[in-house]
Write a protein that binds this ligand. Structure first.
Ligand code: SER
Length: 319
């Protein structure tokens, strides 16, 4: 099973850095080729092969697949919800073109498996917002959400039409201390820890009672690898699986931080991201993932807050 050669597109983003490091531990450093349009992320430096590659460049991607005898691709390059709204056409082009190219290359080169992340952003204001089911009304209102939902349908299409083994998860907001988030509506829940340690205060761009589904990065990475290693017959959905861990509001995360930093002060100044958040689920029903391939989360808000503050404190002292 470990005899795989993996290509990561978008390895320097919030998920990419940690997923690359985890896959290198599982599959061996030289068997995971990290690529991104950017310079190598400092945390990847010295941990394995790195190539500067634009995920939109089909020819260069194809060449690398052949040269390295790649058997699996993780496509993580994308524009997220908040950045996407600033340039919708560009977000659509980047998110869709890179996916369609990878799916085609997957068929052409008979790749074993492809991973592509989806998001809670596929849901919209007409979706039931509490315990949002795996299958429900799906009418996304952001270009990011539209691209993710269209992408899910393409993944299912390539699986049914050409037998391509594509797998996907609908991530909630992801919270990490190693790598930086990149332009999402849920990024406040990462920024808040940095600002709490640096300044003792934070101004949230979402209002105090805005509940969103969230997950600590360790859970997301483990879940992703577990999904990819599950036997194919356990993967009953070839759209993306709902997965969930916790759900909280800015007011609740502020209270969790106050437990450690009693003088922490929180202010609220909602901006355009409030409207995006108001169209997303408050909590997610992930029974399909739990039942089909055994998904389980480990981190709740308090456990994650302990970890975030501990690791960020160490990181800031080193800097
Ligand atoms: N964290 C992402 C965003 O806010 C959701 O997929 O855009």
């Amino acid at each position: 099973m470990k005899n795989e050669k993996i290509l990561i597109l978008g390895a320097c983003g919030q998920i990419g850095v940690e997923l690359t490091l985890a896959l290198r531990q599982t599959y061996g450093n030289d068997n995971v080729i990290a690529t991104d349009i950017r310079e190598e992320h400092p945390l990847l430096h010295g941990t394995g092969p790195y190539v500067v590659l634009n995920a939109m460049d089909a020819a260069a991607t194809h060449e690398l697949i052949k040269k390295e005898a790649i058997t699996q691709i993780y496509l993580l390059a994308a524009l997220l919800s908040a950045t996407g709204e600033k340039d919708p056409k560009r977000a659509w082009d980047i998110n869709m073109q890179s996916l369609l190219q990878v799916l085609d290359l997957g068929v052409q080169e008979k790749l074993h498996k492809i991973y592509w992340p989806s998001s809670i952003a596929v849901f919209g204001p007409t979706t039931p917002r509490d315990n949002t089911p795996q299958q429900t009304i799906v009418e996304p209102r952001t270009v990011y959400g539209i691209s993710k939902y269209a992408g899910e349908l393409w993944c299912q299409y390539y699986n049914q039409r050409w037998g391509l083994d594509v797998r996907s998860l609908r991530y909630p907001g992801l919270i990490s201390w190693k790598s930086e988030p990149g332009g999402g509506t849920t990024d406040y829940a990462v920024e808040i820890y940095h600002e709490a340690l640096k300044n003792g205060s934070y101004t949230s761009f979402l209002s105090e009672n805005t509940y969103l589904p969230m997950m600590y990065m360790d859970d997301a990475i483990r879940g992703t690898i577990e999904l990819m290693e599950a036997p194919a017959d356990k993967i009953k959905s070839r759209m993306a699986y709902n997965i969930s861990a916790m759900s909280f509001s800015p007011k609740e995360i502020a209270a969790a931080i106050k437990y450690h930093i009693p003088d922490f002060r929180m202010d609220y100044a909602p901006d355009f991201r409030q409207q995006i958040a108001d169209g997303w689920p408050k909590s997610i029903d992930d029974r399909a993932a739990r039942g089909d391939w055994g998904w389980q989360h480990e981190f709740d808000l308090n456990r994650m807050t302990n970890e975030m503050l501990k690791h960020l404190k160490e990181k800031m002292q080193l800097a």
